[in-house]
Design a protein around this ligand. Sequence first.
Ligand code: SF4
Length: 179
Amino acid sequence: MPEVVNLRGHHLLCILTHGGTCSTGGGEEYSPEFTENLRAQIDRINNGAAINIVSGPDDVCAALLREATNTCAHARICTRGTVVRTHDSLALKDVARELQSPPLEAGDTFRLGKGEIARLRQAFAAGTLRDGCKGCPWHAACSEVAGKNFSGARLRPDAVPSPSSRLPRQSYGRFSSDP
Ligand code: SF4
């Protein structure tokens, strides 16, 4: 089984910008554990891990779900289950369109190559990949990162393997630590 990072739809957008240069520090006000975990998941992708789309909390959310005080800005709407899932769906729709891919849904597993990351970042900067960002408190920060050509962002298109590939649809546990 290939190594995979489980991601919900809108986190496909977040990994494009995280760590990038902006005046507010973006989502750095999240807990150190969350930030450290997000960086670790992006590094796994940089090191060749595939992305597995999941519905609901993913490997990025996992750090927050472990905390006694859930500091996720989306926590309440996530618990209600509709708004963030709508953002996930919008993000998946936009990503599939920009990559000229068949519709993406939970259970799809693929790798993002250098070309795909460049196309997604170009669309993000152009504003055509932002439907999944609606209402996010870091919208302005991520726009600033995009405006600075994603300078400093953790996801490194020069590091990921190329070309991308859609792996056979498989079922994985919601969290990578699951048996
Ligand atoms: S604006 Fe929010 S949802 Fe969009 S990429 Fe930034 S952190 Fe992620």
